[in-house]
Design a protein around this ligand. Sequence first.
Ligand SMILES: Nc1ncnc2c1ncn2[C@@H]1O[C@H](COP(=O)(O)OP(=O)(O)O)[C@@H](O)[C@H]1O
Ligand SMILES: Nc1ccn([C@@H]2O[C@H](COP(=O)(O)OP(=O)(O)O)[C@@H](O)[C@H]2O)c(=O)n1
Ligand SMILES: [Mg+2]
Length: 204
Amino acid sequence: METPIDAPNKDEHECPRWKKSTVVFVLGGPGSGKGTQCANVVKHFSYTHFSAGDLLRAEIKSGSEFGAMIQSMIAEGRIVPSEITVKLLCKAMEESGNDKFLIDGFPRNEENRNVFENVARIEPAFVLFFDCPEEELERRIMSRNQGREDDNIETIKKRFKVFVESTLPIISYYESKGKLRKINAAKSSEEVFEAVRVLFASET
Ligand SMILES: Nc1ncnc2c1ncn2[C@@H]1O[C@H](COP(=O)(O)OP(=O)(O)O)[C@@H](O)[C@H]1O
Ligand SMILES: Nc1ccn([C@@H]2O[C@H](COP(=O)(O)OP(=O)(O)O)[C@@H](O)[C@H]2O)c(=O)n1
Ligand SMILES: [Mg+2]
């Protein structure tokens, strides 16, 4: 069993040693292909991939004191308190030994962004945004078959609402800083990866 994470404490979970790491945030609506494309990127480029959602689901399974709270927030499509998610990301980065990271599904709101900036003190090199219409996202999630309890139509609608209200402003923020790299994700997985590959080849 993994050691449960400690109660949030700003000083304790600072991770200054990654100040020089390269971080790419990967955003997009639920089902836009973030996980799929990150798995492709790590095969061709020397990045380590972390999905914030996967880390949270692993935290539930580990028997963490926050497990029940995280589980109920995910079931409702709500965003888990940032101290928890950032601490998991920092721990994962520390343990990886790499210094190039794809962080998928993060930051999902302003609080995620602020806490990461204050704790990890890393600005992303750039931010990938997988743009895809809602009808296609819904189709993909409904046929994902990973046994996720948030992949049902009722929770999907809530996740779409959270995406529009909380994550789109983050995407606009990075666009205004010239950091956004928007990819049309409404194509085949192979076509999307070709655009992603060209981008990584030119950016890194
Ligand atoms: N370009 C694509 N076209 C069709 N289906 C896709 C595409 N990319 C991913 N998928 C499928 O859609 C579902 C959601 O993809 P996933 O990578 O889990 O997205 P996300 O991490 O953004 O939620 C998965 O079942 C995946 O196999
Ligand atoms: N930064 C994050 C990422 C995910 N999550 C939670 O985890 C759920 C699933 O996230 P995910 O990234 O695995 O989902 P997909 O976009 O891959 O479908 C979200 O709906 C949130 O409840 C979070 O609270 N904060
Ligand atoms: Mg995912």
